[in-house]
Design a protein around this ligand. Structure first.
Ligand SMILES: [Zn+2]
Length: 364
């Protein structure tokens, strides 16, 4: 009991320590993201990469089950002995609090400090304006529509006319590693090595929670839900891979997915990367000017609209009362780690691509 109380009391101290570290992004970038993190994350990937079995997924479910067991079983046992519901609840709360404190501590050590590194834009020398203008957004959207329209006529489709990569899971993983090879080696942040990419078991369970991929920091694995519509498979795999090399912010991870895919020789990767960017541009445009959004949506190739409907239909088929809670929890987690926009930070990719274009680079 003493250890459990100690863990709970250490919680505010941990928060305070992390909050203090967050004031030193240069230190975090140099000594953690590009320092200690690279070494132990690569070591974890080397070990977990020995098998194609998604170890992290099972550790994750085991931790969840352990939390439920600690809250319920021991609480019940205590209640039996003390016959006091109040004490039982207190006891269960202590158990859960101690476990959460331990997990938080471990998470901050193996991954969490990456949230406090310098921004990717800063590392790439981009001038990012979060408040980009409507005309800038429309221009980028139009460019992406043109690119996607051209690519869509050349990609493979299934019998329903929906995009397919035509690649097996193993080939997709192999090609995703290739995607990072196309990025310039002059930037340390693009240096991907020691792969450990896994297809999750029972992917439908992940879809139930609205998740397409998870980086599991305790094993260094990029866990991917291979059941999602194929239009997002290459960009999802490369997104999760970016987390492996220390990119924490979700908009930045989407940006790495975008640049690694669009520079890939494989056309299905180019389409997936451009589709991802187009998806976020159209979403942002819808909020700014719904009429402009509608016009641009109509300019998309019928095949692109079919892929979008297929994607929408897929996620709708998994709609359930629990999924919004998962989103809210993740939103809270991101905000607690100074990702001010929470779950909306995925859209940060738009500002990064606009900055990328402003620099006049066709490819980075
Ligand atoms: Zn992510």
């Amino acid at each position: 009991m003493k250890l459990r109380r100690l863990l709970i009391y250490s919680f505010p101290i941990q928060f305070l320590a992390v909050a203090t570290i967050s004031f030193f992004p240069d230190f975090v970038t140099k000594h953690y993201t590009f320092g200690a993190y690279q070494s132990f994350a690569a070591m974890l990937r080397k070990l977990s990469g020995l098998t194609s079995f998604p170890i992290g997924q099972f550790v994750f479910y085991a931790l969840l089950m352990l939390l439920v067991v600690l809250i319920t079983r021991e609480g019940y046992a205590y209640r039996k002995r003390s016959k006091s519901a109040k004490m039982a609840i207190k006891h269960a709360a202590i158990n859960a609090g101690a476990l959460l404190s331990l997990v938080y501590f471990a998470l901050m050590c193996v991954w969490g400090l990456n949230y406090f590194q310098r921004s990717l834009a800063d590392k790439l020398g981009y001038e990012v304006k979060q408040e980009y203008s409507q005309s800038e957004l429309e221009q980028l959207t139009d460019e992406l529509i043109d690119t996607c329209n051209a690519l869509r006529t050349e990609v493979q489709t299934d019998e329903a006319g929906v995009f397919t990569t035509g690649l097996s899971t193993e080939e997709l993983f192999e090609q995703s590693i290739q995607a990072y090879q196309s990025l310039p080696k002059s930037y340390q942040i693009f240096d991907y090595h020691t792969p450990s990419i896994k297809a999750v078991k029972i992917p439908q369970l992940m879809s139930f929670f609205g998740v397409s991929g998870i980086y599991f920091p305790f094993t260094g694995e990029a866990n991917v839900n291979m059941d999602i519509p194929e239009v997002l498979l290459p960009s999802t795999i490369t997104h999760e891979m970016s987390h492996q090399i220390g990119v924490a912010e979700e908009g930045e991870a989407n940006y790495l997915a975008y640049v690694s895919c669009i520079n890939h020789p494989e056309i299905s990767f180019q389409y997936s990367g451009n589709y991802l960017a187009l998806h976020y541009c159209l979403r942002s445009l819808y909020r700014m000017d719904s009429l402009s959004y509608k016009i641009r949506k109509q300019n998309c190739h019928p095949g692109i609209r079919r892929d979008a409907r297929h994607l929408q239909k897929y996620w709708r088929s998994y709609q359930n009362p629990i999924e919004p809670w998962t989103d809210q929890f993740y939103d809270f987690f991101l905000k607690a780690n100074q990702q001010k926009k929470g779950i909306e930070s995925y859209s940060g990719v738009v500002a990064l691509i606009i900055a990328h274009k402003r620099r006049g680079f066709r490819s980075i």
